[in-house]
Ligand binder design. Structure first.
Ligand code: CO
Length: 204
């Protein structure tokens, strides 16, 4: 544990060397333009991937980057980011080879988490025909990882929070990205939403 504390001292002094007022300014307020909704996977560290400093990215992470309609934790993060921080962009970022997504379609029980991952399994079951040409499990998982990002982007857009923000004319975009652990690169899945008209009428 001491290594971590030592790392922290070195990190803080490194930042202060470049900008002596950095932490004082940050302590007064945060003004991030982005909300990141990502997987809890240790290989997908939000700030580092997009090269942003403390104060620049508001982050919510959970297993398999899910936005569940009744998850108060995720909804609260979205609401605070949109209504109070007035972020301009919400990024739902999944990643290939996601252990949560793999677990969702594995036949091996993993305990409590299987219930959380039922959201992914339900989606897989509803869209089985989209996977018939998959050559193997890894292709199936990666396709489901992409589908999962798109589903969660939709879930964000369907919340009362986003609908209300757009109705009052707030400038707010929702993006779906996927990260490749194998090469460190992000891919935009081109599912950007910036207006309530983009979601089916029943959700408006
Ligand atoms: Co994951």
């Amino acid at each position: 544990m001491n290594t971590l504390i030592e790392n922290n001292r070195a990190w803080a002094s490194g930042i202060k060397r470049k900008d002596p007022q950095f932490f004082e300014k940050l302590a007064r307020q945060q003004r991030p333009e982005y909300l990141w909704i990502g997987c809890a996977d240790s290989r997908v560290p939000a700030n580092q991937i997009v090269g942003l400093l403390p104060g620049e990215l508001f982050v919510h992470r959970n297993v398999a980057n899910l936005v569940v309609h009744t998850d108060l934790n995720c909804l609260s993060a979205i609401q605070y980011a949109v209504d109070v921080l007035k972020v301009k962009h919400i990024i739902v970022c999944g990643h290939y080879g996601c252990g949560g997504v793999a677990t969702a379609i594995s036949e091996r029980p993993s305990g409590l988490i299987d219930n959380w991952l039922l959201h992914v399994k339900d989606m897989y079951y509803r869209n089985q025909s989209a996977f018939v040409d998959c050559a193997d499990d890894s292709e199936r998982i990666n396709r489901l990882c992409e589908m999962n990002v798109i589903e969660q982007v939709n879930n964000v857009c369907h919340t009362s929070i986003l609908q209300a923000a757009w109705q009052r004319g707030q400038d707010l975009q929702v993006h779906g990205w996927i990260y490749s652990i194998a090469d460190g690169l992000l891919k935009d899945l081109d599912v950007t939403f910036n207006a309530p008209e983009q979601v089916p009428e029943v959700y408006r």
